[in-house]
Design a protein around this ligand. Structure first.
Ligand SMILES: C[S@@+](CC[C@H](N)C(=O)[O-])C[C@H]1O[C@@H](n2cnc3c(N)ncnc32)[C@H](O)[C@@H]1O
Length: 155
């Protein structure tokens, strides 16, 4: 079973394009929750995903609840700078879903409150407020892949 990256209302096309490329490279499915801050025809979006779009399994939703409904048995992990749990402490398994917030505001606090124990954080210095969204997604998915032995990947 693949891993899943869920982007809630992403705003910057280059980030989503970059994440799409990571998904193509890792066999991870990409889920985009509207509204998006860009058109799916956006040139920056396309360029950031290079010519790998054909290899991305991508689904669109009108709300995060739709994603929850599509994966009733899914294990959701919420990446947030407001979490106190280090991302590498969690034990991931095939089929897990990783949820990321929008670039300006992150995930709604209500989502984190409704899912206690399921949020994760990448440690940082106190010099920055957050990591870049695309970098965050790559860090988390590669940790999950590392833990599960990089199934289906070469090298
Ligand atoms: C640019 S950040 C959002 C910044 C927002 N001001 C906040 O504090 O959440 C976009 C997304 O990247 C992820 N992210 C960035 N840095 C992170 C970190 N250190 N730990 C966990 N997630 C992070 C989160 O999913 C966040 O919603």
């Amino acid at each position: 079973m693949p891993f899943h990256i869920v982007l809630v209302e992403p705003e910057i096309p280059a980030n989503t394009g970059n994440i799409a490329r990571t998904c193509a490279a890792t066999g991870t499915h990409l889920h985009l929750v509207r509204p998006l801050g860009f058109s799916t025809d956006d040139k920056v979006l396309k360029r950031a995903g290079l010519d790998y779009w054909y290899a991305v399994n991508i689904t669109y939703y009108d709300s995060f609840n739709e994603v929850r409904s599509a994966f009733p048995e899914g294990r959701f992990f919420y990446a947030s700078t407001r979490s106190s749990r280090r991302y590498s402490e969690m034990l991931y398994k095939d089929g897990d879903l990783f949820v990321f917030g929008k670039e300006t505001k992150g995930l709604p606090q209500s989502l984190l409150d409704e899912n206690p124990g399921q949020s994760i954080r990448m440690p940082m210095t106190d010099k920055v407020r957050s990591l870049n969204l695309a970098n965050s997604a790559a860090i988390v998915v590669y940790e999950a892949l590392r833990q599960t032995g990089f199934p289906g990947l070469e090298g």
